[in-house]
Design a protein. Structure first.
Ligand code: ZN
Length: 44
């Protein structure tokens, strides 16, 4: 799963497609969503 780096819209299009853009804001910057990120917000 990838998300737009600008508006965090989930990207459903194949990320390997050439010229992919965010459907909401047109951004071409994306990041790969990782389950490990949740550890950063883990509170005790
Ligand atoms: Zn976007």
């Amino acid at each position: 799963m990838y998300k737009c780096a600008i508006c965090f819209e989930p990207i459903r299009t194949n990320i390997n497609t050439v010229g992919i853009q965010c459907e909401r804001c047109g951004s071409k910057i994306f990041y790969k969503e990782r389950p490990n990120v949740k550890k950063l917000v883990k509170a005790r």
